[in-house]
Write a protein that binds this ligand. Structure first.
Ligand SMILES: *[C@@H]1O[C@H](CO)[C@@H](O)[C@H](O)[C@H]1NC(C)=O
Length: 619
């Protein structure tokens, strides 16, 4: 009877297994609990409890990406006992570990089994004894090692000198003895002070300054103000000469590459300037985070000369079209036609992914932005009209809806109100003038909340669109005089040539398209996250450049810093504060930005959840 029952239950159990993996005990959570058991009993890890999930329940010190544990940083927790490295081996995504400022003692645990490790911090514990010379040989991916403030002794392991990616090595405040190995890496941070090291300080390390070597009476070299003995000096000289040769070769290669790059840039600039001259441009200035702004002066009195100084396409527009050809979709700012635009004083604002934008100030004083939509070509007049009328009906405090448009097969213009303060991109990264100074924390939070509200509105207004916004980035967020954000350039996805979309829309520069070849409504969440990280760090995201060069990869930077428990360092120094409460709210918002930029769309917050969490953040 009982056997029969379990026979029936088995297929059911298997079904459960295959369809709801989330309900199974997660082996990563299990591994962490195994690790916890190896520590001496402590109340610090009270959040680590069975039947909860390390990643979703956010166990203290555990950092996840896509629900995979990638970082473990247990700092200042008075932990002692052993560290079960075999438990850590069960965390395949683990790249960064830290046990900073605890009470672990004994020989160094076998962290060298974790061969994918990128960072290891054991700073300020009581680890002791020598470390075998080849201990680090298996850690080929490691970039940062911190062993400061322990009682390690014996030689500095030679294997450290052969780690190709190592950029940070802190061995200060230990009992290491013997000579400093011949390191060949280009360290960003290096410190061996307060040990018992002897012999000459290698030339290429001297640049770190005396404080990196002090407290080692046996060390010699200019940098510690102590001449080395003759023999040691000559040895240093020969190996130094060899290295100087190498350094020279490297410098030559770098110089040649720089010259080649310069030439390429010059050629490109020259070509672009030629293009601008064709548009009547007379000056180019770099501005606002690399956006190019071209000032064009168009004589406003003479109609035909006006046409003559704009591009060919516009020429034919202006000559052939009558007033009626500008279709008003929103008359709140008044009614105007193409001739009013043609007579206006005009200025080229810049070239975006979708076309160029002009500012026109009409004789009635109204300033508008006219966008020539280069990439909208394959759409019928009816669909375009319908789309524009829907745009025109939009009324939301965080959306800048178009006022009018012009449609011809070969020319599409969209006209909207000109916003004097300019874009968030410009105010954040531009001339750092007075406006940037106004961007204190409450203002930044207000901007983020406004963007989130505008985006939420677009998601309901364009409920059936794959990409309700599709092009959310700081250059498409304008700021009102009161710093209320206004979203522009939204919902163009259905209007755009599919072949041009990857160039025209920021959505196509996200992991959704690059890694998963599919944009979706979640892609807007990623773009929102990027803006949040941009606002909180004050850094220009490299994501905005089509070639990924220049700017900061804010997504990766934030991820790494959070994994290493250094998130406070991310906050833009201009808003950084000693007020711990404000700081915790800033970090809360930063964390939301990080969750929104989760690279796997499935693991990413959905917009509703993101907005709910953003609204919870207090000044
Ligand atoms: C090196 O470490 C010592 C001791 O921890 C510290 O006093 C010194 O400032 C450090 N120097 C550098 C350049 O980091």
């Amino acid at each position: 009877m009982a056997a029969g029952r379990s026979f029936l239950l088995l297929p059911l159990f298997l079904l459960t297994l295959s369809f709801s993996p989330a309900c199974l005990p997660n082996s990563e959570d299990d591994a962490l609990l195994q690790l916890k058991r190896s520590f001496a009993p402590s109340s610090s890890l009270s959040s680590w409890i069975p039947n909860s999930s390390a990643c979703s329940a956010r166990w203290l010190g555990v950092y996840c990406t896509n629900n995979l544990v990638v970082g473990l940083h247990l700092s200042n927790m008075a932990l002692s006992g052993t560290i079960d490295v075999d438990a850590l081996l069960r965390l395949p995504g683990l790249r960064s570990i830290g046990f900073v400022n605890n009470s672990f003692s004994g020989p160094i645990p076998q962290f060298n089994k974790l061969t994918a490790l990128k960072a290891l911090f054991l700073t300020t514990n009581q680890f002791s004894g020598p470390i075998p010379p080849d201990f680090f040989a298996s850690l080929a991916a490691i970039k940062k090692i911190g062993l400061s403030g322990n009682n390690f002794s014996g030689d500095i392991p030679n294997s450290l000198a052969r780690l190709p990616l190592l950029v940070e090595l802190r061995l200060d405040d230990n009992g290491f003895s013997g000579a400093i190995p011949s390191f060949t890496q280009h360290f960003r941070s290096f410190n061996v002070s307060n040990n018992r090291l002897e012999g000459p300080i290698p030339d290429e390390l001297a640049s770190f300054g005396g404080t990196s070597f002090s407290g080692n009476p046996g060390l010699c070299g200019k940098v510690v103000g102590k001449e080395c003995e003759e023999e040691a000096r000559q040895q240093g000289a020969t190996s130094g000469e060899k290295r100087t040769g190498l350094v020279r070769a490297v410098i030559t290669v770098i110089m040649v590459s720089i010259v080649v790059m310069l030439i390429i840039v010059l050629i490109k600039t020259a070509r672009r300037q030629e293009g601008n001259r064709n548009m009547g441009g007379i000056g180019v200035r770099k501005d606002g985070g690399g956006e190019e702004v071209v000032q064009v002066h168009v004589p406003s009195s003479n109609h035909s000369r006006t046409s003559g100084s704009t591009k060919k396409g516009s020429n034919s527009v202006s000559k052939r079209n009558a007033v009626g050809d500008l279709v008003m979709v929103n008359e709140e700012k008044g009614v105007f036609g193409l001739p009013d635009l043609m007579k206006a004083a005009a200025e080229v604002l810049g070239n975006g992914g979708m076309g160029s934008a002009y500012k026109a100030t009409m004789s009635n004083g109204l300033s508008v932005v006219v966008k020539r939509m280069r990439e909208i070509n394959k759409i019928s007049r009816d669909s375009f009209d319908a789309e524009m009328r829907q745009f025109g009906r939009i009324r939301h405090p965080n959306i800048l809806a178009p006022l009018s448009y012009h449609y011809r097969k070969e020319e599409k213009l969209i006209v909207s109100q000109y916003i004097p303060k300019g874009s968030l991109l410009y105010v954040l990264h531009g001339d750092r003038g007075t406006c940037h100074g106004d961007l204190h924390w409450p203002t930044r939070l207000k901007i983020v909340k406004g963007i989130a509200r505008g985006l939420s509105f677009l998601h309901s207004e364009f409920g059936s669109h794959d990409l309700p916004h599709g092009n959310l980035k700081s250059s498409n967020v304008l700021l009102s005089d009161a710093y209320e954000p206004l979203l522009t350039d939204f919902a163009f996805h259905p209007l755009i040539n599919p072949s041009s979309a990857p160039q025209a829309l920021f959505s196509y520069k996200t992991p959704d398209y690059i890694q998963y070849q599919q944009v979706s409504r979640k892609t807007d969440v990623y773009c929102l996250g990027t803006i949040i990280l941009e606002i909180m760090t004050g850094k220009f995201p490299s994501q905005y450049h089509s070639n990924g060069k220049g700017g900061t990869d804010v997504v990766q930077w934030v991820l790494t810093a959070i994994a290493e428990g250094r998130e406070a360092e991310l906050i833009d120094p201009d808003i950084k504060t000693n007020d711990t409460e404000s700081l915790s709210h800033m970090l809360q918002l930063l964390q939301i930005g990080a969750s929104c930029t989760e690279s796997n769309p499935q693991q990413r917050l959905n917009l509703g959840e993101a907005i709910r969490r953003i609204e919870e953040v207090q000044v």
